[in-house]
Design a protein around this ligand. Structure first.
Ligand SMILES: [Zn+2]
Ligand SMILES: [Zn+2]
Length: 357
């Protein structure tokens, strides 16, 4: 991706010389997510174009120099199916990392496919090979998890693991998820696994709502066929007037943020996960929607290595039953990426997959 809104180009790179502790991954799959569309629109700050997008990627360890270990302590060998955490160079020493305990806000933090420049090398998954820098968090893909399961979950699953942590769901809670994109669909599945009593997904179109049901939603509200008032009424009827214990926003829409607090019960919680870029202002009435309601509002930024590892464990335990692989609906080769980004922009598929080899 040479620059915002410029056509994606296929370029050749030299095979990198590996330093001690480095590796080279032969890419099996990467993905086109909402963030890649924001990158292409030039809507994220501090992006060092040209970049090789594709921040979540899976593949086979092609080469390594010196021993490489996974985050949970096992030794990797060439030929292993390997996944890695896209966030690297978090410093562990700054205010954000230590005092505030918000490592996702560390200023040194870099992310494959987003804040690493193509001028620095193969730091993105829309490529036949990815350079694994020494110190990058690595894991073996569990034997029972296919590449298609992993990449179907992809970055949306990692974000959802963090969102569920922020949501603090209690057994039996009524949980509403706003949005049925890759993040929303994983939130539905994980809210169910986390012990929610009733899970409601709000989204569109019909095919996406059907997938939300297969992911674990008990009820789906069609955004295109209902008004906000009708959705509030339906939720009220469903919960005996109690409304939702937890509402999680995963749509990226300012309108959703105006609606979400109305759907939460008194003393409930509202978690905002979907606003990874500035989509504009939302209008809230502080008295009615927050203060009188005694509402708790939480943000959720990025993810940490722990979310990456937990996502893998969830896939290992649940991917046979939860159809994460269905989120990655369509696959594109390297020379089809201009089509892929257009389709991701138009939201015609939940997620486009990139298969460079
Ligand atoms: Zn730091
Ligand atoms: Zn992403």
């Amino acid at each position: 991706m040479p620059a915002p809104l410029a056509p994606i180009e296929v370029r050749e790179f030299a095979v990198p010389d590996l330093p001690e502790g480095g590796g080279l991954l032969r890419t099996a799959y990467s993905e086109v997510c909402g963030t890649d569309v924001h990158l292409w629109h030039g809507r994220l700050a501090g992006v060092p174009y040209p970049i090789i997008p594709g921040h979540v990627t899976a593949g086979i360890l092609d080469r390594s120099r010196g021993p490489l270990n996974t985050i949970d302590g096992s030794r990797l060998k060439e030929g292993d199916r390997v996944v890695f955490f896209d966030v690297h160079r978090t410093c562990g020493r700054c205010m954000a990392c230590t005092v505030n305990r918000t490592p996702t806000r560390c200023a040194s933090r870099r992310v494959y496919g987003i804040t690493d420049s193509a001028d620095d090398g193969l730091f993105g998954g829309w490529s036949q090979a990815v350079y694994l820098e020494p110190g990058v968090t690595l894991a073996k893909l569990p034997d029972s998890v296919t590449f298609e399961d992993y990449i179907g979950g992809g970055c949306g699953l990692l974000t959802a693991v963090h969102g569920i942590e922020r949501a603090g769901i209690q057994l039996g809670d009524t949980v509403v998820v706003q949005g049925t994109g890759a993040v929303g669909l994983s939130l539905v599945a994980l809210a169910r696994i986390a012990g929610a009593g009733t899970v409601v997904a709000i989204g569109a179109p019909a095919g996406r709502l059907a997938l939300a049901t297969r992911m674990g939603a008990d009820e789906t509200f069609d955004l295109a066929a209902t008004t906000a008032d009708e959705r509030l009424e339906r939720l009220s009827a469903l919960t005996g007037g109690q409304l939702a214990d937890v509402v999680i926003e995963a749509s990226g829409s300012p309108k959703a943020v105006e609606e979400g607090p109305h759907l939460a019960r008194n003393g409930g919680r509202y978690v905002i996960v979907g606003h990874y870029t500035n989509a504009g202002d939302s209008r809230l009435n502080a008295h009615e929607q927050i203060n009188r309601k005694h509402l708790e509002i939480r943000g959720c930024w990025g993810s940490e290595a722990g979310h990456f590892l937990r996502a893998l464990r969830m896939l290992e335990r649940h991917a046979r039953r939860v159809p994460w692989r269905e989120i990655g609906a369509k696959t594109y080769a390297l020379d089809e990426l201009n089509v892929a980004i257009r389709e991701a922009e138009a939201l015609t598929v939940p997620k486009a997959l990139v298969k460079p080899n």
